[in-house]
Design a protein around this ligand. Structure first.
Ligand code: IMP
Ligand code: MG
Length: 339
């Protein structure tokens, strides 16, 4: 299993990296491992823009796409998304599955989140109340919902088939695990209480019935600046940050809210790299800072400015290598469609 994790506050471009990796490697499964339809993954496929909330990127390539037990699922949104994909020409039949033990976001969960989520600035999609009910042992699971029946899957049977009777050999399983939200929103490692209610780190992928030894590459995804959407104050004073938001089109793909921006924080990045065991890293939206013509990061509490793009990428690259990431595994991306 290779894992994709967001190293900041979500919206770093995981969808694009998932799309790229599924194209490149012969994965047998793509697994969404945490979160619900609070996520919004923007994917450009064959020149068309798609926004998915629940369904993993594997579906664009006909790879089995699974919503795992670490997720919470809104059946209405799930069926809306299937219709949207089919309408856009993406075949979903026999490709999309939901783990039997995935918990359900109920109407009551959604109503409650809409009414009370303001303090945190949630997406209002029922995520927090659904996880609370799960851990309070009063939740509803996918296996209890009749209309989900054709999509249900047992993750144990899926991951551990051992032997293909028809072919007389052991089946090969290769999973791409697609995280949602990001390190800064993680329930344990984010800035509590301004967090989401799930495990956004690579460890979260394992909670879907997989052993620690299954992890291969861990692809960290970041932006060359930070964004956050929610109730806490995040953006410092300065017109530059509004400019970054404008040029970067920083509006939430789920709620349309404007994202607050800041320079990239090196210590947040370092924590995320270590805790996730990142082996490969993609920095997105280099084109945005290039359009603005300013290059800076926050390091040890101070803004560190660079006179050129190369100055910044050299600095960041050196820091990453000191954390054990090889130069060939560091990518600075300037395109919406590829890394
Ligand atoms: P919730 O996950 O809807 O409960 O929202 C909790 C916090 O996480 C809020 O600040 C949301 O804006 C943020 N959040 C949740 N999902 C995403 C996402 O996919 N991208 C970015 N922020 C998110
Ligand atoms: Mg998003």
């Amino acid at each position: 299993m290779d894992v994709i994790v967001d190293l900041q506050y979500g919206d770093c471009g995981k969808g694009k990296v998932a799309h790229y990796l599924v194209h490149k490697h012969p994965y047998t499964h793509v697994l969404r491992y945490n979160g619900g339809c609070n996520a919004g993954h923007t994917i450009f496929h064959k020149g068309k823009k798609f926004i998915t909330h629940h369904i993993p990127a594997g579906v664009f390539f006909g790879v089995k796409s699974i919503i795992g037990s670490g997720c919470v699922l809104d059946p209405d949104q799930f069926f809306r998304e299937i219709r949207m994909l089919e309408k856009g020409g993406v075949r979903t039949r026999g490709k999309i599955f939901v783990a039997k033990n995935t918990h359900i976001i109920t109407d009551a969960n959604k109503n409650e989140d809409k009414q009370k989520g303001g303090k945190i600035g949630t997406t209002g999609r029922g995520n927090g109340p659904a996880y609370r009910d799960k851990y309070g042992r009063t939740g509803v699971r996918a296996v209890d919902i009749r209309r989900l029946k054709p999509y249900l899957i047992d993750l144990y049977e899926e991951w551990y088939p051992h032997f293909d009777k028809a072919q007389g050999k052991v089946k090969n399983i290769r999973i791409l695990a697609e995280g949602a939200q990001g390190f800064g929103l993680d329930i344990d490692w984010g800035d509590y209480p301004f967090v989401t209610s799930s495990h956004c780190t690579a460890a979260g992928a394992l909670l879907n019935g997989l052993p620690p030894s299954s992890i291969g590459d861990v692809w960290g995804v970041a932006k060359v600046y930070e964004t956050y959407v929610g109730s806490k104050k995040f953006q410092p004073k300065g017109e530059i940050f509004n400019k970054i938001a404008d040029i970067g089109e920083e509006y939430g793909s789920t709620t349309g809210r404007r994202r607050q921006t800041n320079w990239m924080n090196m210590q947040t990045l370092e924590r995320a790299i270590r805790i996730n065991g990142v082996t490969h890293i993609v920095f997105n939206k280099v084109d945005v800072l290039r359009a603005i013509g300013q290059w800076a990061v926050i390091d040890k509490g101070k803004v560190k400015k660079f006179s050129s793009e190369k100055g910044m990428t050299d600095f960041v690259g050196k820091r990453l290598r000191s954390l054990g990431i090889q130069k060939k595994n560091i990518f600075f991306s300037e395109s919406k469609e590829t890394i």
